[in-house]
Design a protein around this ligand. Structure first.
Ligand code: UDX
Length: 478
């Protein structure tokens, strides 16, 4: 290492899994690291990069303003026009891993930034999505330490880390159809998890299932890494984290990252959305009474059938509550709903309902008119709702969402879990229960949890200190 190089900041390579829910928090972490004086090379796929350029302000302004930040663009291996949502998620997972590994190796081996004129040190640490164990293969080969970043909850991680125990004890695969049987082999969960609350990948008839094996194997590789960053906070997932810390390397809980970033940065945080945000919903919200609106959004991957959309539509309208509903243009199989909904809106529910293709969600959730969030329980949405102190109705679609929603409903008491149903009568009743019946109770626990979240990211708080620790440890890796 030459003298000039030693004076430069450490240089980290970040590799997210290429989906909104993963890229989003990893860009936030990248920004926090840049702010902490670390150089970052951030790998994105051409698909994601194209969308960021089109729809987000972050590329043009914020991150670009850090001299130490740059994107490295690679392919995800899928044809350009293929969808990356719904049942294509598994295909993307496999394809990206196969494509990314040699590119990562090549990038690190040739490490163009070793050129002393580049003003960067050689890469001394890789921060890889928890689903990208290929990074540990390459890191070990080249001799660069890897830290995993789990963009999902600690409880989801832990449910897979305990996978071998679940299989050994005979709890997986499920015997019989009763989905309410309690699960016993996950330490720290005290019997409140039922079969239906396990990550959806456990709903298999054979443990050799390709997706289950892939996720379990990825999760068990955590012990190969130098550490693991989780976008959560100790006060939220304490008992699970206590168990995980007995088994795993250094765990840095630094979340909720979207709020942590706002605390550390003095300037306004910009959007890193992959869809164009329809700001008209903010004007609509401005004229609604305080806490009167339920915000409905199922994230960036969920796909729905026409029938499901119609059940939600009737449930929401019949509840008599105001609603702001995000229906992503590519999220419904079939198009009949569009015709039907526009007729219904014209028939007189317009002042009570607003539908957009993509909303500025973080802003929506802190708007004074929002009183509840009907969510698919994606982890980012859950954290954003927690920070905003908004009670939730959970309608999990897949993956981690099944377990997140159980914690929301049963453990943290922040709302109601509506999993495994899609019925207009239940939707109507649950919306009323959240907004009226049990509203105060949920609002109280949501306010308390929001306070804990804010404390964690304030100077001296658990996540604030852990981020400082992470930056210190990265500096020691040179
Ligand atoms: C995926 C998985 O599906 C999820 O289960 C996992 O926890 C993370 O990765 P996604 O389904 O997109 O993510 O959900 P979520 O984690 O909630 O992330 C969605 C992000 O998109 C949030 O940050 C949210 O603020 C943003 N969003 C969503 C918008 O900005 N506007 C919208 O209209 C909807």
């Amino acid at each position: 290492m030459d003298e000039q190089e030693t004076e430069l900041p450490p240089h980290v390579l970040i590799i997210p899994y290429p989906a909104q829910g993963h890229v989003n928090p990893m860009l936030k972490l990248a920004e926090l690291l840049c702010h902490g004086g670390i150089h970052v090379t951030f790998i994105v796929t051409d698909y994601i990069h194209g969308r960021l350029l089109r729809h987000s302000t972050i590329v043009q302004s914020h991150l670009a303003s850090y001299s130490g930040f740059r994107f490295e663009i690679i392919s995800d291996g899928l044809p350009k026009d293929d969808p990356r949502s719904g049942d294509k998620v598994g295909e993307l997972f496999r394809s990206f891993r196969v494509t990314a590994k040699p590119l990562l190796r090549e990038l690190l081996r040739s490490d163009p930034v070793r050129d002393s004129d580049s003003g960067r040190k050689r890469i001394s640490c890789i921060i890889a999505d928890g689903a990208m164990s290929i990074a540990t293969d390459v890191g070990e080969e080249i001799g660069i330490p890897v830290i995993f970043f789990r963009t999902t909850s600690a409880c989801y991680f832990w449910a897979f880390f305990c996978g071998p125990k679940l299989i050994e004890s005979g709890e997986i695969p499920f015997q019989g159809n009763d989905m309410d049987v309690p699960i016993k082999s996950i330490p720290g969960t005290d019997g409140f998890l039922r079969r239906r609350d396990l990550p959806s990948y456990y709903r298999v008839s054979d443990v050799a299932d390709q997706n289950l094996q892939a996720i379990m194997s990825e999760t068990l590789q955590t012990t190969r890494a130098r550490g693991m960053i989780i976008n959560t906070f100790d006060e939220l997932e304490g008992p699970i984290l206590a168990e995980a810390r007995l088994q795993c390397p250094q765990i840095y809980t630094v979340g909720p990252l979207h709020a942590h970033l706002k605390v550390r940065l003095t300037s306004k945080v910009t959007s890193n959305s992959l869809w164009e945000e329809d700001m008209t919903c903010m004007t609509w919200l401005d004229v609604q009474p305080a806490k009167s609106v339920i915000y409905v959004s199922f994230g960036s991957i969920t796909m729905m059938t026409n029938d499901q959309v119609m059940e939600f539509w009737h449930g929401l309208v019949n509840s008599g509550k105001r609603f702001l509903w995000v229906i992503r243009p590519d999220s419904v199989i079939g198009k009949d709903w569009e015709k039907h909904l526009s007729t219904e809106i014209l028939k007189g529910t317009k002042e009570r309902g607003c539908i957009v293709g993509w909303a500025p969600q973080e802003e929506v959730l802190v708007h004074k008119s929002i009183g509840g969030f009907l969510t698919h329980s994606g982890w980012n949405s859950t954290l954003e709702s927690i920070v905003a102190g908004v009670p939730m109705i959970c309608w999990p679609y897949f993956g981690d969402q099944q377990i997140n929603s159980r914690f929301v409903g049963e453990v943290w008491k922040l709302g109601l879990d509506m999993k495994d149903t899609c019925d207009r009568v239940i939707i109507e009743k649950t919306v009323r229960d959240l907004m009226d019946g049990k509203g105060e109770e949920f609002q109280e626990s949501s306010d308390q949890m929001a306070k804990l979240a804010k404390k964690a990211i304030t100077e001296g708080g658990s996540s604030y200190c852990n981020l400082d620790c992470l930056i210190r440890d990265i500096r020691l890796m040179v």
